[in-house]
Design a protein around this ligand. Structure first.
Ligand code: ADP
Length: 465
């Protein structure tokens, strides 16, 4: 009788689990009612049995939507922290691997661990990296991603209604997710987390100040007023920078001035991040030039005030400011044709990118405006404005979603052709606008229209649909 060698317990250490998550809701500030919704999710853990007995459906997954740094990860951790359950996290961009099958097997491993250590929260950051609508990405990378996405769908379905593993995902682009992901039982609950308001920024600054030696008379409102547009992550940074300021000067308290200076440093940092390559400037210029050049054709959109690609304009990329007849818009007096014109302008950057750079070199700079065009086309059809569905009211269409989408696509492609035609006819004008934009970053109304008059090639009656 030999000694029996006991095999070591073969279960591997969980690699996706974060230990000792002690974030609580009190650490997440400035979110108002959103917190209540998350508190309900905690109850799925603590009172899951009661819910189930009463036939209340527990959501499969929760989608936190919002720009980077607003606290989506923090919130997901707080859910785990408050419920006292394990927290598993991965960024979906890590799923998208070169080798076929790796992504899918990672998803499986992640969920296996979460199940072995249930109750647990699975947090998937950047869901859109893997959850983009199928078919939007071509080539072998796309296939790999589809396998990963399919695996994720399988895992989500496996936990439906059980309530012991809840998936929380974060994305800045809920609009481009594959419809299969947001079906009932999957990510069927969406929570939007906007950038914080003035009051929200005050709250967030105060939460981070709690751990620091603050002077008693710190004016948080003043700092919050200076930081319009900033998110929690940036505000947290400001408090850190202010603390370093204080230390460097050998003081023992952080003052309002420290915070204000830190806010400036943070803001400048943001601008520096917007340093762009020559190539990037050109692409951006093409984007904005296309919108402007197409817009001058249309009565409701032709009053262009300026065109800019300057990061200081306060927007991410750049924009074309059009002076609109607001009364016309707000009173719903916008004509059917104007809506089509609007779609045409929004799809123009996509058309231009293809004309100037070719299908092989397409960028995704136009993604946002193309999405605007897509959703406008859909509203157009749903509103009963397309010929095929004249007079169709919203509530009749539940069974006809496919037809609606096809018709929206049809409208979109018509608008695309129209933008394409105008742009091809105006290559010279486009090149000049792009050149001037790249050098000057912004064009005034006079500068832009001067170029239009010298180089524009417009039909007196622009192609209509
Ligand atoms: P996201 O996941 O939305 O990109 P994070 O949750 O990762 O943002 O935020 C990064 C950090 O910024 C957090 O760890 C926290 O320090 C701070 N932060 C962000 N939002 C908030 C908030 N609403 N309240 C308090 N701190 C915040």
């Amino acid at each position: 009788s030999g000694a029996r060698v006991r095999r070591a317990h073969s279960k591997r250490l969980p690699q996706y689990m974060e230990r000792g998550v002690d974030v609580k809701f009190k650490d997440v500030a400035g979110l108002g009612n959103i917190r209540l919704e998350l508190e309900e999710i905690v109850k799925f853990f603590t009172m899951g049995e009661v819910y189930r007995r009463r036939g209340v459906k527990i959501p499969g997954g929760i989608l936190l939507c919002g720009p980077p740094g607003v606290g989506k990860t923090l919130l997901a951790k707080a859910v785990a922290g408050e419920a006292g359950v394990n927290f598993f996290s991965i960024s979906a961009s890590q799923f998208v691997e070169i080798y076929v099958g790796v992504g899918a097997s990672r998803v499986r491993a992640l969920y296996q661990e979460a199940r072995d250590n249930a109750p647990s929260v699975v947090f998937i950051d950047e869901l859109d990296a893997v959850g983009r609508e199928r078919g939007l990405i071509k080539g072998s990378g796309g296939q790999e991603r589809d396998a990963t996405l399919n695996q994720l769908l399988v895992c989500l379905d496996g936990f439906e209604g059980r309530g012991d593993v809840i998936t929380i995902a974060a994305t800045n682009r809920p609009d481009i997710l594959d419809p299969a992901l947001v079906r009932p039982g999957r990510f069927d609950r969406k929570i939007y987390i906007p950038k914080p308001s003035l009051a929200g920024r005050v709250e967030i600054l105060k939460v981070h100040a709690q751990k620091k030696p603050m002077a008693e008379d710190v004016d948080y409102v003043a700092v919050a007023s200076m930081t319009e547009g900033m998110v929690g992550a940036e505000l947290a940074n400001i408090v850190e920078i202010a603390a370093i300021n204080m230390m460097r000067d050998g003081r023992v308290e952080i003052t309002t001035d420290d915070l204000l200076q830190a806010a400036q440093i943070e803001e400048r940092g943001m601008l520096d991040k917007k340093e762009r390559s020559e190539e990037m400037w050109k692409r951006l210029a093409l984007n904005e030039a296309a919108m402007a050049v197409v817009a001058v054709n249309f009565p409701d959109l032709k009053n262009i005030e300026f065109v800019t690609i300057s990061p200081r304009a306060g927007r991410e990329l750049g924009y074309v400011r059009v002076k609109m007849d607001h009364l016309k818009f707000s009173s719903g007096m916008l004509s059917r044709q104007s809506l089509l014109d609007h779609i045409t302008v929004q799809i123009a950057p996509r058309a231009a990118d293809e004309i100037w750079y070719g299908e092989e070199q397409l960028s995704t700079i136009w993604a946002e405006t193309a999405d605007n065009a897509r959703s406008a086309a859909r509203s157009f059809v749903l509103g009963g404005l397309s010929e095929k569905f004249y007079g169709l009211a919203d509530f009749w269409v539940v069974d006809r979603i496919n037809e609606i989408d096809l018709e929206a696509l049809h409208i979109l492609s018509k608008c695309y052709e129209r933008a394409n035609k105008i742009l091809k006819q105006n290559r010279i004008l486009m090149d000049k606008v792009v050149d001037e934009l790249v050098t000057k970053k912004s064009l005034t109304k006079q500068e832009f229209f001067h170029l239009v008059e010298e180089n524009g090639q417009f039909d007196p009656y622009p192609p209509s649909i």
